[in-house]
Design a protein. Structure first.
Length: 361
């Protein structure tokens, strides 16, 4: 064999070894990065479990409200952070479910937890399916602006309808909702209601995590990054959007049902633009496309709002607005981006074949 040929082969072999080593190092870095997410989730869960043990009674009531709003934030993160649907009307599903269970309690005396929570979830699913079918399943693909303005219009219309409909209480809403019950037990404000809501949040969170890490979640991630390429691969992009939009509506409906019974009344703002904007801020502040970022965003925004309103009563909205603006400007991926890499938004969907070869003895 000519000497020059052996040198070339040795060089190629050396390059392949270097490439394999680089791939293994990169895979190790990515794997290490992925381990950060469970740590963050575990820390948040432990803190939430211990909160009622150290908080005063009125703060436990406040913390329960925050956990419900974190569940609401999950619904927006599903449709925005994973499917790229900017829904500015998420409160429509949240508030409509709240009104629905309030009417069940007021007119039919139905307060059983196994009836009202599924009913609220179905109400949110139904409204999201109807609105999503109208906005997303037309003959031509819907633009981001069209969907954003369509959901915003739906939320505004629901707000005006609730304010002008006497049956729904008009401007005053529906007060004095009977407590949610389980047999003869009534869920009142306090640790019992808190742990109930926390348990529901954990279950929904795990289901959402399973969903976004499935093959369906991979398609959603591709849809968010490059919709045209996903359509080229044969996926019906608008159908995928409608499915996740409907699921997000169901999660928002569940949160709205819990919120109505926890607060004891519902009012038009629950379906309006203000609450729709509020949930957007939660997700942008915490970090979209990670699920845990939505939870953290809701906790921090509500916690900071509570503290500012107590200490700076005249100017606290201005301070909060500036804080949110700074975070969104300088950390577009939210506070969670300080500890999680951007790849965490997509995750791993199976081992790389090269990785398997390199790992083989």
């Amino acid at each position: 064999m000519p000497k020059s040929m052996s040198v070339v082969r040795e060089a190629i072999a050396g390059d392949e070894a270097d490439d394999a080593m680089a791939e293994r190092e990169a895979a190790g870095q990515v794997a290490a990065g992925r381990r950060v997410l469970p740590i963050v989730e575990g820390v948040v869960l432990v803190a939430a479990l211990l909160a009622p043990l150290v908080l005063q009674d009125y703060l436990t009531v406040f913390a329960t409200r925050v956990i419900i709003l974190a569940l609401f934030a999950l619904s927006f993160d599903l449709v925005s952070g994973y499917a790229g649907i900017m829904s500015f009307g998420q409160a429509l599903f949240f508030g409509s479910a709240g009104y629905g269970v309030a009417l069940l309690a007021r007119d039919l005396d139905i307060t059983n937890i196994f009836l009202v929570l599924p009913a609220g979830t179905i109400i949110g699913l139904t409204f999201a399916l109807l609105l999503g079918g109208f906005l997303l399943l037309g003959r031509h693909p819907s633009s981001v602006i069209f969907v954003s303005l369509g959901t915003l219009t739906g939320s505004y219309a629901a707000d005006r309808l609730a304010r002008g409909w006497y049956y729904l209480g008009g401007q005053n809403g529906i007060p004095s909702i009977a407590p949610m019950t389980l047999g003869g037990y009534e869920f009142s404000e306090g640790p019992a209601f808190y742990y109930l809501v926390l348990g529901i949040l954990v279950v929904v969170y795990l289901l959402c995590r399973f969903l976004v890490r499935s093959q369906f979640g991979l398609a959603l991630a591709g849809l968010r990054e490059n919709e045209q390429r996903i359509a080229f691969f044969g996926y019906k992009a608008q159908h995928l959007k409608a499915i996740i939009f409907t699921i997000g509506g169901g999660v928002a409906g569940l949160a709205g049902s819990l919120y109505a019974f926890h607060e004891g009344f519902v009012w038009p703002n629950m379906v309006g633009v203000v609450v729709s904007t509020q949930v957007v801020l939660y997700v942008l502040f915490g970090g979209s496309g990670t699920l845990i970022g939505a939870v953290i965003g809701a906790i921090i925004v509500e916690g900071v709002s509570f503290w500012l309103s107590d200490n700076y009563r005249d100017i606290w909205p201005i301070i909060l607005g500036l804080l949110l603006l700074l975070v969104i400007l300088f950390r577009p991926l939210g506070l969670i981006s300080f500890v999680l890499g951007e790849r965490e938004r997509v995750g791993s969907f199976g081992a790389n074949p090269k990785e398997k070869r390199n790992a083989a003895p």
